[in-house]
Design a protein around this ligand. Structure first.
Ligand code: CA
Length: 229
Protein backbone atom coordinates (compact mmCIF):
# COMPACT_ATOMS: atom_id res chain seq x y z
CA UNK A 1 0.00 0.00 0.00
CA UNK A 2 1.25 3.49 -0.80
CA UNK A 3 2.25 5.52 2.20
CA UNK A 4 0.26 8.70 2.65
CA UNK A 5 2.38 11.64 3.69
CA UNK A 6 0.86 14.89 4.87
CA UNK A 7 3.01 17.96 4.18
CA UNK A 8 2.21 21.01 6.31
CA UNK A 9 4.27 23.80 4.77
CA UNK A 10 3.31 27.31 3.67
CA UNK A 11 5.86 27.71 0.87
CA UNK A 12 4.35 26.18 -2.28
CA UNK A 13 7.75 25.77 -3.94
CA UNK A 14 9.14 23.75 -1.04
CA UNK A 15 5.96 21.68 -0.78
CA UNK A 16 6.06 20.98 -4.49
CA UNK A 17 9.66 19.75 -4.38
CA UNK A 18 8.86 17.47 -1.47
CA UNK A 19 5.71 16.15 -3.15
CA UNK A 20 7.60 15.36 -6.30
CA UNK A 21 10.36 13.53 -4.42
CA UNK A 22 7.85 11.49 -2.41
CA UNK A 23 5.88 10.55 -5.52
CA UNK A 24 9.07 9.43 -7.19
CA UNK A 25 9.56 7.07 -4.25
CA UNK A 26 6.06 5.64 -4.65
CA UNK A 27 4.47 7.57 -1.80
CA UNK A 28 1.28 9.59 -1.85
CA UNK A 29 1.74 13.18 -0.68
CA UNK A 30 -0.98 15.61 0.36
CA UNK A 31 -0.26 19.27 0.99
CA UNK A 32 -1.69 21.84 3.42
CA UNK A 33 -0.50 25.42 3.75
CA UNK A 34 -1.63 26.04 7.35
CA UNK A 35 -1.54 24.23 10.68
CA UNK A 36 -5.32 24.29 10.98
CA UNK A 37 -5.87 22.62 7.61
CA UNK A 38 -3.20 20.10 8.46
CA UNK A 39 -4.89 19.13 11.72
CA UNK A 40 -8.23 18.74 9.92
CA UNK A 41 -6.70 16.49 7.29
CA UNK A 42 -5.03 14.44 9.96
CA UNK A 43 -8.25 14.04 11.87
CA UNK A 44 -9.91 12.67 8.73
CA UNK A 45 -7.48 9.75 9.07
CA UNK A 46 -5.34 7.62 6.81
CA UNK A 47 -2.12 9.62 7.22
CA UNK A 48 1.05 7.55 7.73
CA UNK A 49 3.49 10.37 8.43
CA UNK A 50 3.50 14.17 8.79
CA UNK A 51 6.15 16.54 7.47
CA UNK A 52 5.72 19.69 9.50
CA UNK A 53 7.28 23.09 8.88
CA UNK A 54 8.11 25.02 12.06
CA UNK A 55 7.29 28.43 10.54
CA UNK A 56 3.63 28.45 9.54
CA UNK A 57 1.38 31.46 8.99
CA UNK A 58 -1.32 30.58 11.54
CA UNK A 59 0.53 28.72 14.32
CA UNK A 60 4.05 27.63 14.97
CA UNK A 61 4.90 24.06 14.09
CA UNK A 62 5.61 23.25 17.73
CA UNK A 63 2.02 24.13 18.64
CA UNK A 64 0.75 22.02 15.78
CA UNK A 65 2.90 19.09 16.87
CA UNK A 66 1.66 19.37 20.43
CA UNK A 67 -1.89 19.36 19.10
CA UNK A 68 -1.17 16.26 17.01
CA UNK A 69 0.35 14.48 20.00
CA UNK A 70 -2.78 14.96 22.07
CA UNK A 71 -4.59 12.42 19.99
CA UNK A 72 -2.16 10.68 17.69
CA UNK A 73 1.12 8.83 17.58
CA UNK A 74 1.59 9.43 13.85
CA UNK A 75 5.28 9.98 13.05
CA UNK A 76 6.27 13.64 12.63
CA UNK A 77 9.33 15.02 10.84
CA UNK A 78 10.03 18.71 11.39
CA UNK A 79 11.34 21.10 8.76
CA UNK A 80 13.40 23.75 10.51
CA UNK A 81 15.22 26.81 9.29
CA UNK A 82 16.78 28.48 12.30
CA UNK A 83 19.29 27.46 14.93
CA UNK A 84 16.94 28.10 17.87
CA UNK A 85 14.27 25.99 16.22
CA UNK A 86 16.73 23.16 15.74
CA UNK A 87 17.67 23.27 19.43
CA UNK A 88 14.04 22.85 20.44
CA UNK A 89 13.42 20.04 18.01
CA UNK A 90 16.59 18.24 19.03
CA UNK A 91 15.35 18.28 22.62
CA UNK A 92 12.57 16.08 21.21
CA UNK A 93 10.40 17.40 23.96
CA UNK A 94 7.55 17.55 21.51
CA UNK A 95 7.54 13.93 20.52
CA UNK A 96 8.82 14.51 16.98
CA UNK A 97 10.52 11.58 15.30
CA UNK A 98 13.13 13.41 13.26
CA UNK A 99 13.94 16.76 11.68
CA UNK A 100 15.52 18.15 8.53
CA UNK A 101 17.22 21.52 8.29
CA UNK A 102 16.40 23.90 5.42
CA UNK A 103 17.71 24.03 2.79
CA UNK A 104 17.67 20.27 2.33
CA UNK A 105 17.79 18.02 -0.66
CA UNK A 106 14.54 16.19 -1.45
CA UNK A 107 16.57 13.01 -1.44
CA UNK A 108 17.74 13.57 2.11
CA UNK A 109 14.16 14.13 3.23
CA UNK A 110 12.75 11.05 1.51
CA UNK A 111 15.51 8.97 3.08
CA UNK A 112 14.46 10.25 6.52
CA UNK A 113 10.81 9.62 5.73
CA UNK A 114 11.54 6.03 4.78
CA UNK A 115 13.66 5.45 7.88
CA UNK A 116 10.99 6.85 10.20
CA UNK A 117 8.27 4.79 8.52
CA UNK A 118 10.38 1.68 8.91
CA UNK A 119 10.84 2.42 12.59
CA UNK A 120 7.15 3.15 13.05
CA UNK A 121 6.36 -0.41 12.07
CA UNK A 122 6.01 -1.68 8.56
CA UNK A 123 2.64 -1.34 7.00
CA UNK A 124 0.80 -0.59 10.19
CA UNK A 125 -1.77 2.16 9.97
CA UNK A 126 -0.28 5.00 11.93
CA UNK A 127 -3.49 5.99 13.65
CA UNK A 128 -3.90 2.63 15.30
CA UNK A 129 -0.53 2.41 16.90
CA UNK A 130 0.21 -0.85 18.63
CA UNK A 131 3.06 -0.60 21.02
CA UNK A 132 5.34 -3.30 19.68
CA UNK A 133 6.60 -5.67 22.35
CA UNK A 134 4.63 -3.94 25.10
CA UNK A 135 1.53 -5.23 26.88
CA UNK A 136 -0.33 -2.10 25.75
CA UNK A 137 -2.61 -1.62 22.81
CA UNK A 138 -3.49 1.95 21.92
CA UNK A 139 -6.58 2.77 19.94
CA UNK A 140 -6.04 6.35 18.76
CA UNK A 141 -9.49 6.67 17.28
CA UNK A 142 -11.35 5.76 20.46
CA UNK A 143 -8.74 7.23 22.79
CA UNK A 144 -8.60 3.87 24.52
CA UNK A 145 -5.74 1.81 25.88
CA UNK A 146 -5.78 -1.86 26.82
CA UNK A 147 -3.23 -3.36 29.19
CA UNK A 148 -2.62 -7.11 29.11
CA UNK A 149 -5.79 -7.36 27.08
CA UNK A 150 -7.90 -5.48 29.59
CA UNK A 151 -9.34 -2.13 28.67
CA UNK A 152 -8.38 0.67 31.06
CA UNK A 153 -10.98 3.22 32.12
CA UNK A 154 -8.99 6.41 31.71
CA UNK A 155 -9.75 10.08 32.04
CA UNK A 156 -8.71 12.27 29.13
CA UNK A 157 -5.53 13.38 30.89
CA UNK A 158 -4.63 9.91 32.04
CA UNK A 159 -5.01 8.72 28.46
CA UNK A 160 -2.73 11.46 27.16
CA UNK A 161 -0.08 10.89 29.78
CA UNK A 162 -0.01 7.12 29.34
CA UNK A 163 -0.10 7.47 25.55
CA UNK A 164 2.95 9.70 25.76
CA UNK A 165 4.90 7.36 28.04
CA UNK A 166 4.11 4.37 25.82
CA UNK A 167 5.54 6.07 22.75
CA UNK A 168 9.07 5.94 24.15
CA UNK A 169 9.58 3.34 26.85
CA UNK A 170 12.51 4.25 29.06
CA UNK A 171 12.42 7.95 28.19
CA UNK A 172 12.15 10.18 31.19
CA UNK A 173 9.49 12.85 30.80
CA UNK A 174 9.59 15.78 33.17
CA UNK A 175 6.37 17.02 34.72
CA UNK A 176 6.62 20.10 32.49
CA UNK A 177 6.84 18.00 29.35
CA UNK A 178 3.90 15.84 30.36
CA UNK A 179 1.91 18.93 31.14
CA UNK A 180 2.72 20.52 27.78
CA UNK A 181 1.68 17.40 25.97
CA UNK A 182 -1.39 16.51 27.99
CA UNK A 183 -2.98 19.79 29.01
CA UNK A 184 -4.93 22.26 26.93
CA UNK A 185 -3.69 25.14 29.06
CA UNK A 186 -0.40 24.05 30.59
CA UNK A 187 -0.08 27.24 32.61
CA UNK A 188 -3.29 26.64 34.49
CA UNK A 189 -2.24 23.46 36.26
CA UNK A 190 0.19 22.77 39.04
CA UNK A 191 3.00 20.24 39.02
CA UNK A 192 1.38 18.05 41.58
CA UNK A 193 -1.59 17.56 39.26
CA UNK A 194 0.72 15.47 37.10
CA UNK A 195 1.66 13.47 40.18
CA UNK A 196 -2.01 12.95 40.99
CA UNK A 197 -2.76 11.65 37.51
CA UNK A 198 0.25 9.36 37.61
CA UNK A 199 -0.93 8.03 40.96
CA UNK A 200 -4.35 7.23 39.51
CA UNK A 201 -2.80 5.66 36.43
CA UNK A 202 -0.62 3.44 38.58
CA UNK A 203 -3.60 2.29 40.59
CA UNK A 204 -5.45 1.35 37.40
CA UNK A 205 -2.45 -0.50 35.99
CA UNK A 206 -1.93 -2.28 39.29
CA UNK A 207 -5.53 -3.41 39.33
CA UNK A 208 -4.80 -5.32 36.12
CA UNK A 209 -1.33 -6.61 37.01
CA UNK A 210 -0.39 -6.04 40.67
CA UNK A 211 3.12 -7.46 40.35
CA UNK A 212 4.23 -5.17 37.49
CA UNK A 213 5.60 -1.65 38.05
CA UNK A 214 4.76 -0.07 34.68
CA UNK A 215 5.63 3.54 35.46
CA UNK A 216 8.93 4.49 37.04
CA UNK A 217 9.50 7.60 39.12
CA UNK A 218 12.79 9.40 38.58
CA UNK A 219 13.33 11.48 41.65
CA UNK A 220 13.63 15.15 40.81
CA UNK A 221 13.25 14.60 37.06
CA UNK A 222 10.01 12.91 36.13
CA UNK A 223 8.48 9.68 34.94
CA UNK A 224 9.10 7.00 32.37
CA UNK A 225 7.47 3.83 31.18
CA UNK A 226 9.36 0.70 32.17
CA UNK A 227 11.82 -0.09 29.41
CA UNK A 228 12.03 -3.90 29.46
CA UNK A 229 8.94 -6.04 29.42
CA1 CA B 1 7.43 28.31 6.46
Amino acid sequence: MRKRILIIEDEPGVAENISYALETEGMEPAWCGTGREGLEKLEAGGVDLVILDVGLPDADGFEVCREIRRTSGVPVIFLTARKDEIDRVVGLELGADDYVVKPFSPRELTARVKAVLRRAGNGEAADKATAVGLPFDVDEKRLAITYYGKRLELSRYEYRILRTLIRRPGWVYSRDMLMEIAWEEPGSSMDRTVDAHIKNLRAKLHAVKPEVEAIKTHRGTGYSLRERW
